[in-house]
Design a binder for this molecule. Structure first.
Ligand code: F6R
Length: 613
């Protein structure tokens, strides 16, 4: 959540800082601001609203400097107002010495605030961040080096932070500090950047150094220096961003969400590249760092994740139980970390995360590690905290996902989980020919998703029938139950229509009370062993005059005869059907939101990457 950008070099900073914010706007977008040192004095421009509002403010009141920090906010403490927008300025009246932007939460801000107020520091807003600015200012009053001042401030802070700081006395320096909220340094020629996400850095340099928890950085135009709070100087490791800056451009699509939905054939190709082993009818996932013997020993699998990643994990549960006969539990990461879930040494613990930064999921990983349990990550973002802290894992290789509503990451996760199920199955009871059939099926997925995407005009027509709905039920059986959950989540996130997912047969145990002509039901109903039962459940809804939208196999006349709209997908083996069935549901949510005029890539109250608990 929230985006941070910092710059120091020889160029004009404001356009770079604002362009960086634009690229991070998907991470939080209720206010935006920048601070820079111009002719020895701190200049701050900030305002509630989108980055475009800040741009207008800068047009009226430009800032001329070659250094600075900027921020786009997702409010935690205090509403989205001008004063609560970051940066926050520290110092006593008439001596504004420092400006700070912050991601994360300072949990003990109230007591620090009382202490600082007693010493004469005046607070303007309600954020937890303002205390950091004044603490910095208080340390600087002693005439300290800013980096030393920051190192003395940090032990006072309880909670999480990614911080960027500029001080009036050292215009060429940008400082950063990280604890639980990501920061990355961009290493350029005669310039350095700081950002909460490499997406903001990519247009300037592919060379980056990810900060670790407890580290502090000082950037100047020509150099950067990292120190650990307790352990002193750190030798930075330079990584390369492995995707092109245009991966986060719209490329002619109306929205990032649509672009990412349409990218899914490639997403699956990239997730499977080099991992399907035709000669063995199996899959290879080298990053797990586990031998066949260790995997064979496993008696149970636990997945911890949130949101869409949790839904993908549920698909994994069905597939692993089916192909490998291993019991699987799927946990909400936020519950798992505080529960005392028994874990024995024959349990494999996986966390799944697109961003690799979700605070709850990271907490689950750390809790498993704290208990001495090895943890595995299924993660998209290379170099993210979860990717670095997990003992092993699998990257999704889906490229940056910008749309706040996750789409291609779900497909990449499901693809990787199918490979995992195949691999675990082949170590157990799955025969070569069964495994080889799954390899074939996985290789056919990209083209089949391409087919499913062609039905977009049909989906658009169905979407029109949902724009007035106040509530929609999504229903699926077996491996399609998580797909139904995901369809419901997509619709509610971006169109603000209440939607719930249920196992199809569960509907008659309560939710059926909601059915009436104004409450549509979306059935995920490709062909399979339970198809006839699903048709009966559809009849039950029809009998109560509930409108029906079905996701079904093209040419399924029986399904068409009981549905108001059929969103067609190609016929395919059951194991890959979730990868196809989710596509029309993503498109359905997208088009409902579009027809309702919603802000699809920046849905209200949401932000990409939830780095607070
Ligand atoms: C849904 C969505 C969220 C995320 C959840 C986990 O569209 O984006 O529900 O799936 O916040 O995020 P990651 O996968 O980054 O851990």
């Amino acid at each position: 959540m929230c985006g941070i950008v910092g710059y120091t070099g020889s160029k004009e900073a404001a356009p770079i800082l604002v362009a960086g914010l634009r690229r991070l706007e998907y991470r939080g977008y209720d206010s935006a601001g920048i601070a820079a040192v111009e002719d020895g004095s701190l200049e701050v421009r900030k305002q509630a609203g989108r980055v475009s509002v800040l741009e207008e403010l800068l047009r009226l009141r430009p800032v001329k400097a070659s250094n600075g920090i900027s921020h786009t906010r997702w409010a935690t403490h205090g509403p989205a107002t001008d004063v609560n927008a970051h940066p926050h300025v520290g110092g006593r009246a008439g001596r504004r010495s420092t400006a700070v932007v912050h991601n994360g939460v300072i949990e003990n801000h109230a007591s620090i605030r009382r202490e600082l107020e007693a010493e004469g520091f005046a607070f303007l807003g309600q954020t937890d961040t303002e205390v950091v600015a004044h603490l910095m200012a208080r340390e600087l009053e002693r005439g300290d080096d800013p980096m030393d001042a920051l190192l003395r401030v940090l032990p006072r802070l309880e909670g999480t932070y990614g911080l960027a700081v500029v001080t009036a006395d050292r215009p060429g320096e940008v400082l950063g500090a990280r604890l639980g909220s990501p920061l990355v340094v961009g290493v350029g020629e005669g310039e350095h950047l700081l950002a909460s996400d490499p997406v903001a850095i990519a247009p300037h340099t592919a060379n980056v150094a990810y900060l670790q928890d407890g580290e502090v950085v000082r950037l100047t135009a020509d150099d950067f220096e990292i120190r650990h709070r307790e352990r002193g100087s750190v030798t930075p490791r330079i990584d390369r961003i492995d995707w092109k800056p245009d991966a986060v451009e719209l490329g002619g699509h109306a929205h990032y969400m649509l672009k990412e939905i349409r990218e899914q054939p490639d997403t699956v190709i990239n997730a499977c590249r080099g991992r399907l082993v035709r000669s063995e009818g199996s899959a290879r996932l080298g990053g797990l760092n586990l031998t066949a013997r260790q995997l064979r020993r496993a008696r149970r699998v636990v997945f911890a994740a949130c949101g869409t990643s949790w839904h993908a994990a549920l698909v994994g549960e069905y597939l692993i139980e089916r192909l490998a006969h291993l019991p699987v539990e799927v946990e909400y990461a936020s519950e798992f970390r505080y529960r005392n879930a028994p874990l024995d040494d024959r349990t494999l613990v996986f966390v799944l995360s697109q961003s690799g930064e979700t605070a709850d999921t990271l907490g689950a990983l750390r809790e498993a590690k704290r208990r001495g349990h090895p943890t595995l990550g299924i993660v998209n973002t290379v170099g993210s905290t979860i990717a670095r802290e997990a003992d092993g894992g699998v990257y999704l290789h889906a490229g940056p996902e910008v749309g706040v509503a996750s789409t291609k990451a779900f497909s990449a996760q499901v693809a990787v989980l199918t490979l995992l199920a195949l691999h675990l199955g082949r170590l157990r009871q799955l025969s070569f020919s069964e495994g080889a059939a799954i390899v074939d099926a996985m290789e056919s997925v990209p083209a089949l998703i391409g087919e499913a995407l062609k039905a977009e005009p049909i989906v658009e027509a169905a979407a029109e029938s949902l724009t007035k709905a106040r509530s929609v039920l999504f229903l699926g059986r077996d491996v399609h139950y998580p797909v139904a959950l995901e369809g419901a989540l997509k619709l509610k996130e971006i169109s603000y229509i209440h939607a719930e997912g249920y196992p199809t047969a569960e509907m008659k145990h309560g939710p059926i009370a909601l059915i009436d002509p104004e409450t549509p039901s979306v059935f995920v109903a490709p062909r399979g062993p339970l198809h006839a039962k699903t048709l009966s459940n559809i009849e039950e809804v029809r009998a109560r005059r509930g409108p029906i939208i079905s996701v079904g196999v093209a040419g399924d006349d029986e399904l068409a005869s009981v549905s108001d709209h059929v969103l067609p997908i190609p016929d395919a083996p059951e194991v890959i059907q979730p990868l196809l069935a989710v596509v029309p549901l993503q498109l359905l949510a997208y088009h409902v939101a579009r027809l309702k005029g919603c802000d699809i890539d920046k849905p209200r109250n949401l932000a990409k990457s939830v780095t607070v608990e």
